[in-house]
Design a protein around this ligand. Structure first.
Ligand code: MN
Length: 232
């Protein structure tokens, strides 16, 4: 006799460009301070810090962007545009040279952050979860497969708000490459198919207000559009 769940639970998923299939999302890992200029704007020292990680719930993902309500309990919602890795394979304690093969697809994501809550958590030595892992805090574009575009390691990454440029850099400026990032992360957890990794944001993070619209892009990877609605 097989046991059934007491209610149905659907798995979050992202669209794949040129396909009717969906990429099922297992977990969302995020890298802190992975571009030198952003590490400095957050008060860090990019020369000395190995990568560090935090997570968001899988259902924080918002497939394809679009409108989201301004989140509760913040007066300082920030945008962070990031290259997203979508893993089709997993593993543990991997060498960087073994990690490229894990990446099934790439996307453009925005790591929404309640910066005021993050500041308070840092000051109190408390976890970042409620600053980073709130509802709809991880919009992500339709994914593009490595089979289609290869493994982009350079190209402009940017974000504009209401048509005004806020963030602009190149993914070749990443302190820890996707392969190095996955290798570090695989020392901490066993990576698995369906995992997303937000690889960190360049400098220029800043506030989003109700009524703002944004466009995020990575050359050769994709684009993401969204807007912030009044609080629901
Ligand atoms: Mn981030």
């Amino acid at each position: 006799m097989s046991q059934r769940h007491v209610f149905a639970l659907s798995r979050p998923a992202l669209g794949l460009r040129g396909s009717d299939s969906l990429f099922p999302v297992r977990r969302i890992f995020c890298v802190g301070r992975n571009y030198a200029a952003h590490a400095r704007e957050m008060g860090g020292d990019p020369e000395r810090e190995p990568p560090f990680f935090f997570t968001k719930p899988a259902d924080a993902v918002v497939s394809g962007g679009g409108p989201i309500p301004y989140p509760p309990r913040t007066e300082d919602l920030h945008h962070e545009v990031e290259l997203v890795l979508a893993l089709g394979q997993g593993g543990q304690a991997l060498a960087p040279s073994a990690c490229r093969a894990l990446i099934y697809a790439y996307g453009v994501g925005v790591d929404f952050t309640r910066r005021d809550l993050q500041r308070a958590a840092k000051a109190a030595g408390r976890p970042w979860d409620m600053a980073k892992g709130f509802d709809r805090s991880a919009p992500c574009s339709t994914l593009t497969t490595a089979a289609d575009i290869g493994h982009p390691r350079k190209g402009q990454i940017g974000l504009e708000v209401n048509g005004e440029r806020r963030q602009s850099a190149d993914i070749s400026d990443l302190i820890w490459s996707p392969e190095e990032t996955l290798a570090h992360l695989s020392e901490l957890v066993t990576l698995a198919p369906g995992d997303l990794v937000f690889t960190g944001t360049p400098a220029g993070v800043g506030p989003l207000l109700p009524g703002d619209s944004y466009r995020a892009w990575i050359e050769g990877v994709g684009e993401l559009y969204g807007e912030i609605l009044p609080p629901s």
